[in-house]
Ligand binder design. Structure first.
Ligand code: MSS
Length: 363
């Protein structure tokens, strides 16, 4: 067997038993550790880094962190202390990696082999980006994107464009984006982007740039590799290119979290989580026969808004033998999870219900 990997120093505070450690830069929440609460406890939340994190003193001196706001009428740098005096709001969002579910692609998509746990539901607190922009005179004319740059130190000897974490999202995201300094009611930890993170509700993880040091309204998307060819949906065997769809708005999705592998015969509560993506989730159905017949499940716990997920439960009687449990969510805009997957080179955006099911032994 393989040696269990230990947590890297910057994430040593995390709950080791709740996580599958793929590498120093990638850890996912175990399917049985997601829990039935709405909010994912911070110490169980997945981590995905493209580069080593900035040094820990940036969160020790959090209020001194500076972010440069560009592409507005009065561009300038603001400290976190200044941002904290502008306004404050909270938003709960699903934070999900574009590659969550990659492990289910049969072509062996390269990248971290995430199952379902490169996702969590997080309460963010910060200032609406809109308020910051208004303070600085509004967005300059003709800017179609918000381009956010991560504050990591770049490895020497490489072309910065090939490694920098810099992502552009459509300017419409200005309506909901926040610059967040707290997560689940605590100062934003370094591992999740402290001191300051761009949160773009309803968008895949990669667009939520950590330790954000520059927020620029731009007329074009950045030509950084992570934007131009990375995180693009294309056929298996094809290279990434700017004309392909970018991993922006998330899709409707759900998965079962309990039971897994084994359970007792008779009455069972089947648990899971369901999300709408960029819109609210409307309903979720469960099947105990691999998708032949479906029944509606019930949401559990408070509705924390359209960008949050909803834990669900379905009570049923199970007879001894093997059962295939699957779930299928429908969003407020009427999208239902498809049965199959859309094969694509890097294994992005998988929301097919069939692959996300679980086979359970009932005895
Ligand atoms: N940011 C930065 N700065 N860096 C990096 O690396 N990553 C991404 C985001 N942001 C990064 C950033 C990704 S990619 C993801 S998912 C996310 O983040 C995660 O988060 P956390 O907190 O969990 O770690 Mo895929 O789509």
């Amino acid at each position: 067997g393989e040696e269990p990997k230990s947590l890297p120093d910057y994430a040593a505070w995390k709950e080791r038993n709740a996580l599958i450690v793929h590498s120093t830069n990638t850890m996912e929440t175990r399917r049985d550790a997601i829990g039935a609460g709405v909010v994912t406890p911070s110490d169980r939340l997945f981590v995905r880094n493209n580069l080593p994190t900035p040094p820990v003193d940036v969160v020790e001196n959090a209020d001194a962190w500076e972010v440069s706001i560009e592409g507005v009428r009065n561009p300038r740098s603001l400290t976190l202390a200044e941002l904290k005096n502008m306004n404050v709001t909270s938003v709960t969002t699903v934070l999900q990696c574009s590659g969550n579910g990659r492990a289910f692609f049969p072509h062996g998509a390269s990248g971290t082999q995430w199952s379902v746990g490169a996702a969590g539901c997080v309460v963010w607190t910060g200032v609406p980006l809109k308020d910051v922009v208004e303070e600085l005179g509004g967005v300059e004319d003709g800017m179609s994107f918000i381009t956010n740059t991560g504050g990591e130190e770049l490895p020497a000897g490489l072309d910065p464009k090939t490694v920098i974490v810099e992502r552009s999202v459509p300017a419409r995201a200005l309506e909901t984006a926040i610059l967040a300094w707290a997560m689940n009611d605590e100062p934003l930890p370094l591992s999740h982007g402290g001191p300051l993170r761009m949160v773009v509700p309803g968008y895949y993880g990669v667009n939520n740039v950590k330790y954000v040091k520059r927020v620029a309204f731009t007329d074009k998307e950045t030509d950084a590799k992570i934007q131009a060819s990375g995180y693009r949906i294309r056929d298996v065997g094809k290279s990434g290119a700017p004309e392909q769809p970018s991993m922006w708005e998330m899709n409707v999705k759900s998965w079962i979290t309990t039971p897994l592998e084994k359970t007792h015969k008779g009455r069972n509560l089947i648990y899971g989580v369901a999300m709408g993506g960029a819109v609210a989730v409307e309903s979720v159905e469960v099947s105990t026969d691999g998708g032949e017949t479906w029944q509606e499940a019930r949401f559990v716990g408070p509705d924390l808004g359209q960008y949050a997920w909803r834990p669900f439960v379905f009570a049923t009687d199970l007879s001894p033998g093997e059962v295939r449990l699957v779930s299928r969510a429908t969003s407020a805009s009427g999208e239902t999870q498809p049965k199959g997957r859309t094969d694509n080179e890097r294994g992005y955006g998988h929301n097919g219900w069939e692959d996300h099911g679980v086979t359970v032994q009932v005895s």
